[in-house]
Design a protein around this ligand. Sequence first.
Ligand SMILES: [Zn+2]
Length: 196
Amino acid sequence: MADSNDDYPHGWHKKSEIERLIFSGLHGAPQPNADEKRRYLGLNREQVMAVLFDHQVKEPAIYIEVANAIKDPRAAIMILNGSIDVIFTAKYKTLAAAAGLHVTTVSGPEYSPATGLVVASDAAVDLEIIECGSRSSRLRSFGISDALIKCAGKKVCRKCFGLIKSKVPAEAINYKQLNLIDSLTGEYCPAHGDSE
Ligand SMILES: [Zn+2]
């Protein structure tokens, strides 16, 4: 076995059955799910209920797919990538803690830097779709303007808030409504630059 001193079983699939057995005995069995664990911040894919890329976590809005996964009674844990600043993760931490999930942060080269957040069960759930598509594209498909999409986390006028509530009700968690006092103090709707 020319490559028996390799740390990783290079050429693994070309090895004969007996070589595999020997190699496993010497180095421990290879882990077919090592890539999965790297991608899902230490978890297996079968446990995962929702996953966000790091750039998605850094958006001001809360992804409603994640909010829904947190509320799911099967959810037990939320893992955050420690490379992301707490100003971006706080909104998810608050939600998860309120729902009684165990929240933990991991960091190190064994975790994919592209993965920002994982919500998971402590058992296999085998969900078909765990990735979350672009929030902007989804809202655009409901006829929401780019300006209003970008107002996530801000106060908007009654009309804009009503539009969100009627077209994509779950997205209301990402908006607040300007009140009368705001209007009197000259606050305007950031989605279009006036108060009505
Ligand atoms: Zn408005």
